[in-house]
Design a protein around this ligand. Structure first.
Ligand SMILES: *Cc1c(COP(=O)(O)O)cnc(C)c1O
Length: 232
C-alpha cells in the first residue's frame, strides 16, 4: 500500500525520536510526540491519526475549536501551545487536556476559576522565557519559582512541568544550552518540594531541534513541519 506523506513523515519522526531516546539511555516511551497541527485542516489531522498519532497541539483557540468539533468522534488529546489570553481561558479549559503556555498568575487564576466551574482540574505547564528574548512569551527564569508557589494554591489547576521555546537557529546545537537551562530549572523546582507541584513534563524541541531536546530531557516534543509540511 502506498502511504500518504503524513503517514511516512510520522513514521520517520517516530523512528528518530525512539532512536535518539534509546541512544541517550532513555526509555523511548518517556518522550511523547505532540503533533502541531496549527494552520492544517482536519483531513490532514485524520491522516496523522491513521498513522497512530493521538496528541495534537494547537496555537489559536478559534481555529482549534473548529477542528476539535470536526474531529470529535476521534479519541485524541488536544494540547494548547500558543499564547493564551485570559478572556479565552474558558474555551481553553473546555477543550484542552494540557495547556503548555501559562506564564502569569493572572492567567492561572482565570484558568482556575473556569476549571472550577466545570469541576475540572486543568493540567498546565509553565512557559519560561529561558532565552530572555524581549519579544517572547514566558515568565523569566528568576520569577518562575515564585509563580509556581502561587499557582500551587489554586485548587483547579495542576502544574505538571515546564515549557520553553528557544530562538530559532539553523544549528540545533545553539538551542541546546536553553534546553539544559530549562532542565536545570525543573530540577531546582523539584528540590523546592512545593506541595502539589509535579515536574514530570518538559515540553521542548520542535522540528529543527527535537533531538537535542530529547538528549537534554524533553518529555514532550512539539513537531509540526516535519509531520504536516511547511505552513503557508
Ligand atoms: C508552531 C509551533 C511548534 C512547531 O514548530 P515546527 O517547527 O513546525 O515543528 C512548536 N511549538 C510551538 C509553541 C509552536 O508555536
Amino acid at each position: 500500500m502506498i502511504g500518504t506523506q503524513v503517514n511516512e513523515n510520522t513514521k520517520r519522526i517516530r523512528d528518530r525520536i525512539q532512536r535518539k531516546a534509546a541512544n541517550c539511555g532513555r526509555n523511548p516511551l518517556s518522550v511523547k510526540l505532540v503533533a502541531v497541527s496549527k494552520k492544517k485542516p482536519s483531513p490532514l489531522i485524520r491522516e496523522a491519526i491513521s498513522a497512530g498519532l493521538d496528541v495534537f497541539g494547537e496555537n489559536y483557540i478559534k481555529e482549534a475549536i473548529e477542528k476539535i468539533q470536526e474531529l470529535k468522534e476521534e479519541s485524541i488529546s488536544w494540547h494548547f501551545i500558543g499564547h493564551l489570553q485570559s478572556n479565552k481561558a474558558k474555551q481553553a479549559v473546555l477543550h484542552f487536556d494540557l495547556i503548555h503556555s501559562v506564564d502569569s498568575l493572572r492567567l492561572a487564576r482565570e484558568l482556575d476559576i473556569q476549571a472550577g466551574k466545570i469541576s475540572k482540574i486543568q493540567n498546565i505547564l509553565v512557559q519560561v522565557n529561558i532565552s530572555k528574548e524581549a519579544t517572547k512569551s514566558g515568565i523569566q527564569t528568576e520569577d518562575t519559582i515564585d509563580l509556581i508557589r502561587n499557582m500551587a494554591k489554586l485548587d483547579h489547576i495542576s502544574v505538571r512541568g515546564l515549557m520553553t521555546m528557544p530562538p530559532f537557529f539553523d544549528d540545533p546545537e545553539r538551542a541546546r544550552p536553553f534546553f539544559k537551562d530549562l532542565k536545570k530549572l525543573s530540577d531546582r523546582i523539584v528540590q523546592e518540594n512545593i506541595p502539589g507541584i509535579h515536574m514530570d513534563e518538559l515540553s521542548m524541541g520542535m522540528t529543527g531541534d527535537f533531538e537535542a531536546a530529547i538528549e537534554e530531557g524533553a518529555t514532550l516534543v512539539r513537531i509540526g513541519t516535519a509531520i504536516f509540511g511547511e505552513r503557508l
